[in-house]
Design a protein around this ligand. Structure first.
Ligand code: GAP
Length: 492
């Protein structure tokens, strides 16, 4: 049994590997830092999270449509968006260990330890100083704070620091055969720009009227210098983003609406509300006029899972300037104040941007439980993933009680009747108890056992993951029983 939250986090990572959720990438070559692969159960869970998001954003809103834009984009896009010049982290190197750190993270760790020591006012003062330095892009001041706080490199143990420098996070590569400057393109660091540059295509081809949204799920790449906390900070990760185009002047109202709507989406999965909180940005990104994070209380503290940003008309105006193509929308609706149509304008944008991998980790941590099942007679325990049934990678496992007497054939027949609608697993090896434990460990909500009585009356036992209760039900009702529990109607 795990005692500390640190133990639990370590156990979740080990569990994720042992049960086919997440593997370190290129493991047989000793891995590749900050890159991970999703295994057979992980990719099912990830797909279910994508489906939950897509249904909530696209299917349930008739003014939101989804697209799938390319990862490679014209390099000027990243000039226009500000990423070439501004998408960087303040880095500092330790001269003795030659290790590189994010200056703001060194200070944030210091703030966290001051907090833990109960030195709240010192922590607050440092936070303010750091925020001001970041806002003013005052890199020498960040270095001064690190020195004043006597922050040492965890590897060399010295405070022999270089200056703080900005380090761009975009990966670049070359297109075509000749490696020439002009052929440099970038792996997208966010999916949002693929939406912005297609905004008119979608608006015109879909005859969309403001307010409307464009959603997208896809990979993004960032050359994170500090790889941390498993799949929290990766170099290749996935985002689920939605840009909502609104009339200028209405952005605050839509920002508040989306902030609330997105938290509700998280809570609908049954997560305890106290595990979430909002965090207002003090240092706004170059494109935003308001920003909140939705944070989750991970075993290592509250961390951002999703950002809600009011991006003004920055991106569309920039693309208008750099591409010299009009990004305007004609709004025929009449302004009650002037009595005239609102006419042409560049829309303002509210963005919701959630990291799929962080959502995945949150879901796994939240579901993971080491349950003590000991009685007076004997010690017992199980590890169970209490995943919402809609998200469970396998919806039901089918077990023949034994490997003979026609039970496997009957179990296969039941499985064949259900497998088009549900992801199922067939297992005949080991005692039933062991099979239950294996399914608990991957969060399967139902285990269905086919026994000799099934051959007589076509009934099966169905065992529920959370209560471990068993009941006898007609096999021809399984479709409805499973369907009702795993229906998206339960969360949407
Ligand atoms: N388009 C806005 C945007 O990209 P962001 O706050 O940089 O905003 C949005 O990223 C979300 O993407 C974050 O809330 C986080 O969940 C996820 N994310 C960002 N960087 C990540 C990384 N290196 N690894 C995993 N997820 C990341």
């Amino acid at each position: 049994m795990s005692n500390t939250t640190e133990d639990i986090f370590k156990n979740v990572i080990a569990h994720a590997k042992e049960y086919g959720f997440v593997f370190p990438s290129s493991e047989i070559y000793d891995g590749l830092s900050a890159v991970y692969d999703y295994g057979q159960n992980g990719s099912e869970l990830k797909n279910n999270l994508k489906t939950y998001w897509w249904k909530a954003m696209v299917q349930m809103n008739d003014n939101i449509v989804g697209i799938d834009s390319a990862i490679f984009m014209h390099p000027t896009i990243w000039k226009a968006s500000g990423h070439v010049d501004g998408f960087s982290d303040p880095m500092i190197d330790n001269k003795d260990s030659k290790k590189r750190y994010r200056a703001d993270q060194l200070l944030e760790d210091r703030i966290a330890s001051l907090d833990e020591e109960g030195k709240t006012s010192e922590a607050e003062e440092l936070q303010l100083e750091m925020d001001n330095a970041l806002k003013a892009e005052n890199l020498p001041r960040l270095r001064e704070l690190i020195i004043e706080q006597n922050i040492k490199c965890p590897v060399s143990g010295t405070a022999n620091w270089t200056d703080v420098r900005q380090f761009n996070l975009m990966f670049s590569t070359q297109v075509g055969a000749i490696a020439d400057e002009s052929d440099t393109i970038y792996l997208r660091p966010e999916t949002a720009q693929g939406i912005f540059v297609n905004y008119l295509n979608v608006q015109k081809s879909g005859r969309m009227k403001i307010p409307f949204g464009i959603a997208q799920i896809g990979k993004a790449f960032r050359n994170e210098v500090i790889a941390r906390q498993f799949i929290i900070r990766m170099r290749e990760f996935e985002q689920m983003e939605m840009q909502f185009f609104v009339r200028p002047g209405t952005q605050r109202e839509w920002f508040d609406k989306w902030k609330e709507t997105r938290l509700k989406w998280h809570l609908a999965l049954g997560t305890a509300p106290e595990k979430y909180r909002y965090h207002e940005h003090t240092k706004l990104a170059h494109y935003a006029d308001a920003a909140y994070d939705i944070e989750f209380n991970f075993p290592f503290g509250f961390k951002e899972v999703e950002g809600i940003h009011s991006r003004t008309d920055f991106d569309l105006s920039q693309h208008e300037k750099f591409s010299r193509k009009k990004m305007q929308y004609f709004d025929p609706e009449v302004d009650p104040e002037t009595g005239k149509p609102y006419g042409n304008y560049v829309p303002y944008v509210i963005e919701t941007s959630i990291g799929l991998d962080r959502m995945f980790l949150l879901t796994l941590i939240n579901a993971y439980e080491e349950e003590d099942l000991s009685t007076e007679e004997r010690q017992d325990s199980r590890t169970v993933l209490r995943l919402h049934p809609c998200l469970a990678p396998v919806k039901a496992a089918i077990f023949p009680l034994t490997k003979k007497d026609g039970l496997p054939e009957k179990a296969r027949e039941i499985m064949d009747s259900l497998k088009l609608d549900f992801n199922l697993q067939y297992e005949e090896k080991d005692a039933i108890g062991k099979r239950y434990r294996r399914q608990d460990a991957i969060g399967t909500p139902f285990c269905i056992t086919v026994d000799h009585q099934t051959l007589e009356d076509n009934t099966v036992t169905i065992r529920h993951r959370d209560t471990m209760a068993q009941e006898r039900v007609p096999a021809d009702q399984l479709d409805k029983i499973i369907g009702d529990l795993v229906s998206w109607k339960n969360v949407l």
